[in-house]
Ligand binder design. Structure first.
Ligand SMILES: [Zn+2]
Length: 202
């Protein structure tokens, strides 16, 4: 089930974070914030701060950080939806019914992310392959070593207009167009024009 970001923002805005945390931890006023001994790690002097205006807590000792939902899931062990329901109940908000459109968008985004990952992997393979020798030499001369290439996922777009397209067409031509990996000619300019690789050498 996915909740809209707008609902979660509304929920956070209507929630006083210190009131959610105070039953579990003794809070001390510290200017516009609250301080407490961190519930996430063992400490004698308080390094856990709560900012009600921003709706976030932060621990300078262990780095624990989050909002009211996160506090309930991490400190109290509630499942995400239970945390949302508890906060919504306190705030007098009704948890909206699942939004099928939002879910569809989320799934579509996830699948486009997978398509991009597959393209990146393919470009990296081209750089590592036989045809990548010149490009590897070029990177070497620029002082870009294998570790940097791996870290940034650098790849090579080979010559030709259909190399990526023919290798990854199984991912779906429309998705390759949507991610920008294939160019679809404007039908007003080129009627029936075939899609082709955006990134290509030569
Ligand atoms: Zn801590």
């Amino acid at each position: 089930m996915s909740l809209s970001p707008a609902f979660l923002d509304e929920l956070r805005a209507r929630t006083l974070l210190s009131a959610i945390i105070s039953p579990s931890v003794k809070l001390l006023r510290a200017g516009r914030e609250w301080k407490a001994r961190c519930p996430f790690h063992n400490e004698k002097t308080p390094s856990f701060t709560i900012n009600d205006e921003k709706g976030f807590y932060h621990c300078f000792g262990c780095g624990a950080h989050g909002d009211a939902i996160r506090f309930l899931t991490d400190a109290r062990g509630l499942p995400f939806m239970d945390a949302v329901k508890e906060l919504a109940g306190k705030a007098g908000l009704e948890v909206p019914a699942p939004d099928p459109q939002a879910r569809e968008r989320a799934e579509r985004t996830a699948s486009l992310t997978d398509v991009m990952a597959a393209c990146q992997k393919w470009f990296a393979e081209q750089l590592a392959g036989v045809d990548g020798a010149d490009a590897r030499e070029y990177l070497k001369n620029r002082g870009i070593g294998p570790a940097t290439v791996a870290r940034f996922g650098i790849g090579l777009a080979p010559e030709g207009r259909n190399k990526l397209k023919s290798a990854l067409l199984h991912l779906g031509e429309d998705k390759l167009v949507e991610t920008g990996m294939l160019i679809k000619p404007d039908p007003n300019e080129f009627k029936g024009g075939e899609t082709y690789d955006r990134f290509r050498a030569g």
